[in-house]
Ligand binder design. Structure first.
Ligand code: BES
Ligand code: MN
Ligand code: MN
Length: 463
């Protein structure tokens, strides 16, 4: 056993209380009223990196929120691990659905986390997971066991599309030189079923507006005579899927790489209970594209979902009105080889073509991102797999995830580096939702597993 493990056991309480301090800062990147908090969070993180002995700690300003950088180079000849994570969080609302305030972290037991879980916005996504790396490196430094060089790059704009990270990377290629990128911003199957994420979906996100008459109209005087933007938008959206659950945008599936039967059979080995899945969400059945399992629908298949829709009168009582416009936000999750720009273009053309003469349509693209897949025969994956096997007593299963971390594809393109996704969250941890939480088991298991990754990575690099 590594000595760093003893340091971790001795400092469990300290690690937790430091994380709780970080979670008290409402670093919501999407909402300008939290700008000061996001910047404060960067400061506190930078202070913590200095305290544990990281050198050249810098708060790198960008056109948006800063990137916290720091490094510990023990020997130029040794391999370098670049840790990426994010200190910004999603907005916490709807606030009334939280059982305790989102920025006043509390420990609570759940069925899945009998040892307790930290309830707070960002506990799992991603402060809790990012901080595991800081504490694991602290443990290795304090016990004189850091086997490689390490660099930290922790950003504050992941939840708003990492818009300024690309420029930072392009301008700092030398500084960011490394052998592997290590990220904990994903999940695993269950606390007794360790898994490593080997794929992420891409994203195309658009906002649409359907405009009819030049003003809101009396629905009795004009109803039936003009195109009602809300009716039309609903019809247009409904037509985007056919009866088999396929997306009807022409060309949408053209570049999708279909998995071989062998790969699908391999995927199907991961444990999945339809009954437990439905019970956890209190639904009668799952729903989706015909011919694919729930696991496949949520990872290797592209999707289209309305994320928000609004228009017309939504106040108390009834108001008989035909609104002059209707809006929706729509996300498309993409799989390997689907280019986000191309999909956005196909969507825009199709959506415009769907509209009847009586309305005007506007499509505004938001941030997007490319999908990513990581090979399981790489040194990075192997080192991670060995690390999990050491701390969980079981070999982890490779799993493709449905979520997106657009910078993973960017790292590969700009820095030529592969990423290892060592996520310790669970799907049930409610990231982006009210009552987000992160199991104490998961937090500590992460801190314990990371030093073994460094250890095996260095060993495999040498051989
Ligand atoms: N950490 C998540 C992504 C994630 C979570 C991937 C769980 C796999 C498993 C990340 O913070 C996130 O929320 N990404 C966004 C995309 C981004 C462009 C806003 C997403 O997936 O919606
Ligand atoms: Mn995240
Ligand atoms: Mn997120």
């Amino acid at each position: 056993m590594l000595n760093s493990q003893a340091y971790i056991q001795k400092n469990r309480e300290k690690f937790l209380s430091e994380l709780l301090s970080l979670l008290k800062i409402p670093s919501v990147s999407a909402d300008p009223s939290f700008t000061k908090d996001v910047n404060d969070c960067a400061e506190i993180l930078a202070e913590n990196l200095k305290e544990i002995g990281i050198e050249r700690v810098e708060i790198c300003q960008t056109a948006g929120f800063p990137i916290v950088y720091g490094e510990k180079i023990i020997d130029e000849a040794l391999p370098t691990v670049l840790v990426y994570g994010h200190y910004d969080v999603q907005p916490a609302d709807p606030l009334d659905l939280w059982t305790s305030p989102p920025f006043e972290p509390q420990l609570k037991q759940t069925e899945i986390h009998p040892d307790g879980a930290i309830f707070a916005r960002g506990s799992c996504d991603d402060k809790g997971q990012m901080f595991m790396h800081v504490k694991a490196v602290e443990a290795m430094l304090q016990s004189g066991e850091l086997p490689c060089n390490v660099k930290f790059m922790i950003e504050g704009e992941e939840e708003v599309g990492s818009v300024n990270l690309g420029v930072f990377i392009k301008q700092n290629k030398e500084k960011l030189k490394a052998d592997i990128i290590l990220v904990s911003d994903t999940g695993m199957l269950a606390n007794d079923v360790p898994s490593i994420t080997t794929g992420l979906r891409g994203l195309s996100y658009v906002e649409v507006e359907v405009v009819g008459p030049n003003r809101d109209l009396h629905s009795g005087l004009y109803g039936g005579c003009v195109a009602n933007p809300i009716n039309i938008l609903s019809e247009m959206i409904a037509s985007l899927h056919d009866k088999e659950g396929k997306i009807t945008i022409p060309g949408f599936y053209d570049s999708v790489i279909n998995l071989s039967d062998e790969e699908r059979a391999e995927m199907a080995k991961a444990p999945f209970s339809h009954a437990a899945y439905c019970a956890a969400l209190e639904i009668q059945d799952t729903y989706g594209e015909e011919g694919y399992t729930t696991m496949e629908r949520g990872s290797i298949r592209p999707t289209l979902d309305v994320n928000g829709i609004w228009g017309g009168y939504i106040g108390e009582g009834a108001k008989t009105v035909i609104a002059s416009k209707a809006n929706a936000k729509i996300s498309m999750r993409l799989v390997p080889n689907q280019a986000p720009e191309k999909i956005t273009q196909l969507f825009t053309e199709h959506f415009n073509a769907l509209a009847p003469k009586g309305v005007k349509v506007k499509v505004t693209p938001h941030h997007g991102g490319e999908s990513a897949v990581t090979p399981i025969d790489s040194i990075g994956y192997k080192a991670a797999s060995m690390a999990y096997e050491k701390t969980f007593g079981k070999k982890p299963i490779p799993v493709r995830s449905g979520g997106s971390i657009p910078i993973v594809a960017m790292f590969e393109k700009e820095l030529g580096l592969k990423t290892v996704l060592m996520g310790f969250g669970l799907d049930s941890d409610a990231i982006h939702s009210p009552n987000e939480h992160f199991g104490l088991f998961n937090f500590y298991k992460g801190i314990e597993t990371i030093p073994y990754f460094y250890h095996y990575f260095k060993t495999l690099c040498k051989s």
